[in-house]
Design a protein around this ligand. Sequence first.
Ligand code: FAD
Length: 645
Amino acid sequence: MSVVERQEWDVVVVGAGGAGLRAAIEARERGARTAVICKSLFGKAHTVMAEGGIAAAMANVNSGDNWQVHFRDTMRGGKFLNQWRMAELHAREAPERVWELETWGALFDRTKDGRISQRNFGGHEYPRLAHVGDRTGLELIRTLQQKIVALQQEDFKETGEYESRLKVFQECTVTRVLKDGGRVSGVFAYERESGRFFVLEAPAVVIATGGIGKSFKVTSNSWEYTGDGHALALLAGAPLLNMEFVQFHPTGMVWPPSVKGILVTESVRGDGGVLRNSEGKRFMFDYIPDVFKEKYAQSEEEGDRWYEDPDHNRRPPELLPRDEVARAINAEVKAGRGSPHGGVFLDVSTRMPAEVIRRRLPSMYHQFKELADVDITAEAMEVGPTCHYVMGGIAVESDTAAARGVPGLFAAGEVAGGMHGSNRLGGNSLSDLLVFGRRAGLHAAEYATGLAGARPPVDDEQVDAAAAEALRPFSAEGEVRPEGQPPENPYTLHQELQQAMNDLVGIIRREGEMEQALEKLADLRVRARRAGVEGHRQFNPGWHLSLDLRNMLLVSECVARAALERTESRGGHTREDHPAMDRDWRRLNLLCRLTDPTGGLAATDPVAGQISLTRETTDPIRPDLLALFDKEELVKYLAEEELYE
Ligand code: FAD
């Protein structure tokens, strides 16, 4: 038996982005001793990169806004596949969560009359995104961190110790959720710097690890997004929901190659930027789908008037939901009307004075100046789709954020599925983190304190197995590596995975290509068992990547299998061979589970794969929520029998 240091907590939160920090604050405030553990430095979560803002129907800029309109927009954006109860809770509670941030010290941009300013974004009927220039995520994280420090100072006054009730373990990676019977008992983790293993014992674990973008070659996501939380949940026995829905943001940088994929915020279009092809045409007017025809301007003049007079004009089609804009850009490039480096042009230089651009979009100005030597106040940017966000995720109970089927496991933020249906609207992630982060923290604390003395014990055998699994890349053991064959290089495997997912399960999908992707994943899975590293456990990035590969391979298989199964196009899932949205598919969720329910991976047939898929019928949408839509609109989405009901 290996000797691994153990600590006892009530709630462990895995991830210190917006969702994790909000969960931790809530759990601590509800009296649970709470540990937060994060792979990167504290404060360097993905949330920091969020630029545009937090969507919340505060009606500060247009008094017509309210939670019902926000709910409607979110359901439309997700093409009605959203877990409607989550979309309802999100729309109702987001304004309170933004106000709360302000009481904790967040400094939002203001309107002339001193209210929190709100900006336009794709798919939102009214200006709705509370923002801090184009650095909103940074302010959100700064505020939540400040709140954590304030709570630690309170604890110091009472107990003489800052970390007695709320402690952050930074640069530590969780590789397994531990269980006692069916229930959660803690997590197994390693410290990235020293390679030291440790266990945090806790009856409740909140997973808040963000997304999966690093499985794709062109992505706006940073190194942390290796799908760890998705994989941890699968391995613990929880299902993942609708993993086929991956959002390709329409505007990532396309040039130079070293920065390909880095995000160009939607605020550029929200503030008046337009998309043009190589012929100078504002092509989005040719791509307004029937379901949105009545809501979008049919001429450039009308679209331009909307910025000044939104009550009497319709919005420009550059502000369609992201899936529509990404597909349109893809089609223009494919038709030979792209920009020199394979994107299209996004122009603010002819739309706003230079000083307004620099004030409203400071990060974009610097990003292009420094990375591409382009002055966006004088010339257009070149942009193209980039893998940005995963709508699929851990299947959770809408009200409590409890992961299905695993008592003690909770999930919030990008790692949780359901809230955004088949496509997320911009700004709806930051609000999602706050609303469901809080709910996850609350219910995790209630669950943990409710157990009183009956905490599930941590099983030594599981700890030993987790330690052996984590050490495997150092031995790249003989039984899986034929004699004399060198270990596989984890970086090569990662590159091959990214290329395969980009090319075969990317923005436009075809049956044959997805089958090829599954074959490639099977090959990579076998080779990943032979991934080996040299050196020791002190800061060894190759070792860390070898461990992350398990997660990326699991999650990529979920995406590919579910995408192959869903024979329609909807939101972030476009099938060239099934181009239409099918009303019968709206009622179907796809659930991915591990084929080997014990969570072991070695025993699984490497070729057949590790994931099994089931279909599940969605709950009917509550009648009072359906009544928020016109019948004519519902006809486009709901199946006959649902309309009849
Ligand atoms: P994150 O903020 O990514 O945090 C994940 C945490 O989990 C990190 O602390 C990480 O270290 C930790 N972690 C991961 N794996 C492990 C592990 N195995 N063990 C321990 N810790 C682990 N959304 C909006 O609503 N508005 C915007 O304007 C906006 N702009 C964006 C701009 C960019 C460039 C990007 C990439 C995204 C943007 N988004 C925006 C999306 C939004 O930022 C993310 O969806 C959101 O921040 C995810 O938050 P999270 O708390 O779920 O995860």
